[in-house]
Design a binder for this molecule. Sequence first.
Ligand code: NAD
Ligand code: UFG
Length: 352
Amino acid sequence: MTNKILVTGGAGYIGSHTCIALHETGYEVVVYDNLSNSSREAINRVSTLIGQTIEFIEGDIRDAEMLRQVFTSREFFGVIHFAGLKAVGESVAKPLLYYNNNVSGTINLLEVMAEYNIKNLVFSSSATVYGDPESLPIDENSPRSCTNPYGQSKLTVEHILEDLAVSDDSWNLVALRYFNPVGAHSSGQIGEDPNDIPNNLMPYISQVAVGKLKKLSIFGDDYPTIDGTGVRDFIHVTDLAQGHVSALNYLEQLTSSRSPSDMAKSVGFLPINLGTGKGTSVLELVNAFTEVTGRDIPHQFTGRRAGDIASCYASADKAKTLLGWQAELSIADMCQDTWRWQSQNPSGYNSH
Ligand code: NAD
Ligand code: UFG
């Protein structure tokens, strides 16, 4: 069986870390990315870290002809599909762009996969599909709802994958629902490199720490949480990357042990949370960052951010039971590794 994996969006934050984890486990990686939110430098650095040139194809998931060329000349076990746009605010301003890129792009990819009879997919979903959760921790059977076009694009793709699995039981469609990915590779060579002022908490903290931004605004101090600030399930990107390897291993085992008469035993549509199962408040994260790095993070409390929820953390049981995966790294590791990346690369991939 081939061990080649097509990684769409593999030049991005989570994709680049996953390329390393895949290589370390013996998978062969081909990255397909249009570089709309990433740079070649990330791929160069991944290649340096693994001591081998990663195959990189600059292309768009909406370009069926280009995808056909990629599938014609190579034999893949499956696809890890990270490619997508992810800024919630931008999705409200540009909904057509988000639906086109994230939903039409995924349909296009699935159609080409079907043409080439590649039926194994690991899709980047998000805890955002749970909306404002009714109960905590959030398990995979919790009701789903979304309030913005970005979240809606993820939920729509999940529905498409569910329908596809019903229509044809040879598909294996794993939707990994990430909670809040943070941190960076322990080398400090790759990490999160937002284009503009960061929307997300950890890159904002680290840019304040390095002096690029003056002060963190903490959005809300009156949530019904331990200290009034929002609570999230922060997960180290290295753990998250390993979760993708575990999902692929699971699919490999399943497909290799299957006799022709077992064809109905495909996983169909399989949603799995990737989180630590532990909630940490915004203030706790800020304090942990200061404790680990010695950097003071000037901050002020401002009003709640529209659309934010009070608390969100995963039940991580399904990933453990089914995939044998669980998060290993601590909040201190997340802060330490973020800081190593940020301090060594104050302007991200443009630093050197
Ligand atoms: P990222 O922006 O760093 O990576 C996404 C990559 O996809 C980028 O390299 C971008 O250039 C590429 N891309 C975008 N549209 C493309 C297209 N049409 N064709 C080809 N390539 C395209 O984001 P990330 O944080 O690494 O996220 C990866 C995936 O995980 C995304 O689908 C995102 O929605 C999802 N996700 C991220 C988070 C998070 O907080 N980072 C949380 C939940 C889910
Ligand atoms: N926060 C601040 N100040 C900031 C940024 C964030 O106080 O400058 C707070 C937020 O109010 C929230 C917490 O920090 O309480 C986390 O916010 P993030 O923006 O880092 O993350 P979210 O939980 O809002 O959203 C993230 C991703 C979404 C994804 C969602 C669920 O950005 O794409 O997790 O997976 F949909």
